[in-house]
Design a protein around this ligand. Sequence first.
Ligand SMILES: NC(=O)C1=CN([C@@H]2O[C@H](COP(=O)(O)OP(=O)(O)OC[C@H]3O[C@@H](n4cnc5c(N)ncnc54)[C@H](OP(=O)(O)O)[C@@H]3O)[C@@H](O)[C@H]2O)C=CC1
Ligand SMILES: O=CCCC(=O)O
Length: 279
Amino acid sequence: MEVGFLGLGIMGKAMATNLLRHGFRVTVWNRTLAKCQELAALGATVGETPASVVSKCRYTIAMLSDPSAALSVVFDKDGVLEQIGSGKGYVDMSTVDAATSTKISEAVKQKGGAFLEAPVSGSKKPAEDGQLVILAAGDKSFFLGEIGNGAKMKLVVNMVMGSMMNSLSEGLCLADKSGLSPQTLLDVLDLGAIANPMFKLKGPTMLQGSYSPAFPLKHQQKDMRLALALGDENAVAMPVSAAANEAFKKARSLGLGDQDFSAVYEVVKGAGGSGSGQP
Ligand SMILES: NC(=O)C1=CN([C@@H]2O[C@H](COP(=O)(O)OP(=O)(O)OC[C@H]3O[C@@H](n4cnc5c(N)ncnc54)[C@H](OP(=O)(O)O)[C@@H]3O)[C@@H](O)[C@H]2O)C=CC1
Ligand SMILES: O=CCCC(=O)O
């Protein structure tokens, strides 16, 4: 089966590579076309535009940075909508808000196509290993109910993750400033009730000041922003997440947007370990 793939960033490249590895014929497109070459070398065909990929493939998957990218690829000239139709499916796996997902779903369905929103939990390594958790909602898939619920679930998960990352950063700073070994803190955390894969994976690299991007900080901040908007809509007070969002914004203002989201640790350290990057 020919599968289309739009967006070959950190995640899309790993996911499309996995499709090729598992015997699918894959046609790829990326806004910066040069990024298609690596996939072409692995056997992918390169499409000139999102529309040309959809015209060739029964199913097309997208993994794009944010709501504006997801909308642009569908609605702009040479976009998905020009070729989607009966017998074709479009699966958007980007992390967006429910309104974006719903807008895309309605447009695709109006053209006779099928739509699935399917954001993922997991990062670069799980994507490479084929171990992502898919939060699917939409046609023929009712794990989370109506379109929009996949996006909402993903935002809630990432809101919790972003707050945890800030909390870990503060804990590492507090341990250090109060004469404890941050590495020992990681070891202790790993033995207790709040042990989790993220602390285990990111803690050691944070202590090395190494932030090679698996999940870019600019995307984590986008997800905090979208989750806070969901909180606004539903009148849910989220002071912890709001503070975490400020720290991610501060990190972006310091030029850390393309680094891994764990680079928020630098903001917390810069604030003297006193909290969310605010003076
Ligand atoms: N990295 C991670 O750990 C995870 C990320 N996600 C989510 O997955 C999505 C992709 O993340 P990731 O791969 O890390 O991000 P990257 O920044 O590595 O890749 C972003 C992709 O979006 C494309 N893009 C950006 N703007 C536009 C636009 N206006 N029009 C067309 N294409 C555009 C980029 O193209 P170009 O190459 O031209 O810039 C690139 O292909 C995001 O929504 C993110 O929140 C979800 C789970 C984990
Ligand atoms: O959306 C990104 C999630 C990153 C992760 O689960 O480590």
